[in-house]
Design a protein around this ligand. Structure first.
Ligand SMILES: *Cc1c(COP(=O)(O)O)cnc(C)c1O
Length: 452
């Protein structure tokens, strides 16, 4: 008799082609069928439980089957499951939009919805281009986008164009949009940062402008040459998550955005991964002190329940599209499930939890406590670039081998669900994890490191 996990994994492979996966890997590494979730734990078919150390691809903020979010969804299900958003509206989306705008700087005042992160990026790129098109008095010359090296903005063709991770992008190069990349600062390899060697890297340790002067100069040269041809500068403020959880100085974000703005280039903040408290503030833009023209949010927005994304922009952008229909200025972009009421009600429940349980304040203490445990991994000879920002903890393993399958398998045996990015092991838990549980995870990661 096959155990339930094995039987179900075989059924799965008959018809399912999994995302971001070399399917042949599953000859060695079995698919893990998950039966149920509760809090930070998920349970497989054989009843083994695993701590979700990566918040189910960074979406889960308050645990699986969270009672507050469950209740919100159940009650919304009795009212309305879906209605198209073109020409119609509903209470959950009105409430959500008002609350998002109240949490953001006053300039960010209009919400355009989609249903996943990549689509939000597509919306922001198209809107930026279209704004320039609608407002240019002469022929629109702005057809390029500017983004950072090591960036990730999603997998659809537009989003892929502005990303910089060869692994996802290389094959499709002939299909992609014209894009310019400017270097992101790497404090780790910067001579000025030798003093950081034994310190844990965190935003507070990255204040000095010497850490990013060279990168600002490189940007300056690009702007001198292409400044008038660029629609928007797109970036993940503070942490490039898919780019191996790379933490970089907020001073760079601030100065780079100011330089772009002088050329009339829009700023698009991709906070799809870092929004909703991941970096320690509700939104990373608060720490950067920048008000972007477009803010893209998704992932944590529904606490990991339902697909939803939003681009928040300003009245200045909105008004450039506002005209009699015949002038053809409207933004005719849509997705079938845009602004789904169930998703919006989950998002409202997420904001309720943030408010009622003072999550940002509580996370500040929790983050410090976990960082102290994380720091103990520094002594391991193969570990480098130990770093954290808010509720993101990461380290690199010095190894020429591919470590991910081994680390995942070992993790599962120890009851922790990990999924390294290349040779980067990261810990990005739901915010409801306790210090004790986090300490357990760190200890297990320490034991796995011993085996590498
Ligand atoms: C995940 C992610 C995206 C893409 O979102 P999807 O919902 O996976 O399409 C875009 N940008 C960043 C920073 C992300 O982390």
């Amino acid at each position: 008799m096959l155990d339930s996990n094995t039987a179900m994994a075989a059924q799965d492979l008959a018809h399912i082609w999994h995302p971001c996966t070399q399917m042949k890997d599953h000859e060695q590494l079995p698919i893990v069928p998950i039966k149920r979730g509760e809090g930070i734990y998920v349970y497989d078919m054989n009843g083994h439980k695993y701590i979700d150390c990566i918040s189910s691809w960074w979406v889960n903020l308050f645990g699986h089957c969270n009672p507050t979010i469950n209740a919100a969804l159940e009650s919304q299900l009795k009212e309305l499951e879906h209605i198209l958003l073109a020409g119609f509206t509903h209470q959950p989306i009105i409430k959500l939009s008002r609350r998002l705008c109240e949490l953001l700087p006053p300039q960010l005042n209009k919400c355009f919805y989609a249903d996943n992160g990549s689509s939000a990026i597509e919306v922001a790129l198209k809107m930026s281009f279209h704004y320039h098109y609608n407002t240019a008095s002469h022929l629109q010359k702005r057809t390029k986008f500017l983004s950072l090296t090591n960036a990730y903005h999603g997998e659809t063709l537009g989003a892929l164009s502005i990303g910089d991770l060869g692994l996802y992008k290389q094959t499709y190069m002939p299909l992609l949009l014209e894009n310019i990349t400017t270097p992101v600062p790497y404090v780790q390899s910067n001579k000025a940062a030798q003093d950081l060697k034994d310190t844990i890297i965190e935003p507070a340790n990255l204040q000095e402008s010497a850490y990013y002067e060279a990168e600002l100069n490189a940007l300056g040269a690009i702007l001198t040459r292409y400044g008038e041809e660029i629609c928007a500068f797109v970036l993940e403020p503070l942490v490039q998550c898919a780019g191996s959880m790379h933490i970089y100085p907020k001073g760079f974000v601030q100065k780079a955005c100011a330089m772009c703005a002088e050329y009339g280039i829009h700023i698009i903040f991709d906070e799809i991964a870092v929004g909703f408290g991941r970096t320690g503030s509700m939104f990373a833009l608060e720490q950067c002190g920048v008000v972007p023209d477009f803010l893209c949010l998704s992932k944590g927005i529904t606490g990991g329940y339902m697909p939803l994304s939003v681009v928040v922009t300003s009245d200045v952008i909105y008004e450039a599209f506002y005209a009699p229909y015949e002038e053809h200025k409207a933004f005719l972009h849509s997705h079938s499930y845009t602004g789904n009421p169930l998703a919006c009600s989950a998002a409202n429940a997420v904001l309720d939890i943030f408010e009622q349980e003072h999550i940002i304040k509580r996370n500040a203490t929790l983050s410090q406590a976990i960082a102290t445990h994380w720091h103990t991994l520094q002594t391991h000879p193969k570990v480098e670039n130990l770093r954290y920002c808010g509720m993101i903890f990461a380290l690199d393993v010095r190894s020429t081998k591919r470590i991910a399958p081994f680390v995942m398998t070992q993790g599962l045996q120890r009851g922790i669900l990990l999924r390294p990015l290349g040779n980067t092991i990261y810990f990005m838990p739901p915010y409801i994890i306790t210090e004790e549980e986090a300490k357990y995870v760190v200890e297990q990661i320490g034991k796995i490191l011993e085996m590498l």
